[in-house]
Design a protein around this ligand. Sequence first.
Ligand SMILES: [Zn+2]
Ligand SMILES: [Zn+2]
Length: 370
Amino acid sequence: MREYRDYLARAAGMAHRQPNVLPPKGKEGGTMKAMVLDKISSVEARPLKLVELPRPIPGRGQILVRVSACGVCHTELDEIEGRVSPSRFPMILGHEIVGKVDGLGSGAGKFRRGDRVGIAWINWACGRCSFCLKGEENLCDTSKWTGKDVHGGYAQYTIVSEDFAYPIPERFSDVKAAPLLCAGVIGYRALRLSGMEDGEVLGLYGFGASAHIAIQVAKYKYSRSKVFVFTRPHQTEHQDLARRLRADWIGATSDTPPEKLDCAIDFTPVGEPVREALRNLQKGGRVVINAIRKMTPVPELDYTDHLWYEKEVKSVANVTRRDAQEFLPLAAEIPIVPETQEFKLEDANEALVLLKQGRMRGAGVLKITE
Ligand SMILES: [Zn+2]
Ligand SMILES: [Zn+2]
C-alpha cells in the first residue's frame, strides 16, 4: 500500500514536469550521439539525422541509462510518416531499449549503477485516472510513450522513471533482449487477449518481429494447439523462419487454411488481413489486431460472412508494466530465441527502409554501445 501511495505521489509530481528534457547545450554531463527526427517525412528520404547532443540528466526518481541496444519497431515508421506523430520535434525515437544504469536522480533507489535494465513503450502513466486505477495503464488518459512523447533509445543515453524500467533476465544478450521489450511484450499481450486455450487453432497474419516471438510463446504454453501462419507470397524469408519455428501450416494471406481458426492475431500494417482472418474464423472466435495504425483501411465487412456467429474483433493498444513484468521471466523460461538483424546507430534509416519493405528477417536491432 505504501509503495502504491509513493507511486501516486511521484506520479502527481511528474505530471507537472516535462520528463526527459535535455539540458541546455554545454551544461554538465558530456555529450552523446543520437539519431533524431526533425519532421514528418517519408522513410525513403532517410529522415533521421545523426547529431551530437548533451547527455540527459536524470530528475527525481529517474535513472540515466547508457543504451547498448535498441530494437527497431514498426511504430517508428508510423511516427516518421505521421500516422502517430511525435508530440514534439526533434524527437529521438526507439522504445525497445536495453542498457546499463549509469546515473541516479535524487530519490531513485530501485537500481544500482551498472544494473542492466530494459525500457519499453510505456514511459509514464498518471496512476490516478479510471483506467490506471483498473490496472489498464495502457489506456491512461495522460500517459507518455517512449520515443514519441519522451526521448527514446536511438541514442547513446536516455533517462526514464525507475518505476518504468525492468530487470533483464541474464540469459539474453543485450541485442537479443531488445525485441522482447515491444515485439515480445505486445505479442504476449495479444495472445492473452485472444483468449486462446490449449488445443485450439491459432492463426498469425504477418510474420515479423512480434509474430515470430508470439509463435514461440504459443508453442510453449499450448502444446496441443496448431499454429497457422499467413504471409505475403514473396516473403520467403518469413516463411522459412515460420517453418523453423514449427508452424503447422504456412500460406498466403488470401488462402483458406485446412482448419477454421479458433483465434487469430493480425500483425500486419494493412487492412485486408482483418477481413481474411474473420472469414477463416471459427464460430465464437476472436481476431485480435496488433497494430497501432493501419496503412490501408480495413475493407468493408459482410455481416453474414465475417461477423455473425458471435465472432469478435479486438484491438491491442500499447502495453502495461505488468505485461513486461510477466513476459520477461517467461521469455527466459521458454526460452525465446529472437531472430535479430543488427545495425549500427547511424544506419537506423536503412533498417527502417528494410522494415517498411517487409524484408527484415525477425527483428532489427541497433547495436549502440558495447
Ligand atoms: Zn514497438
Ligand atoms: Zn492514468
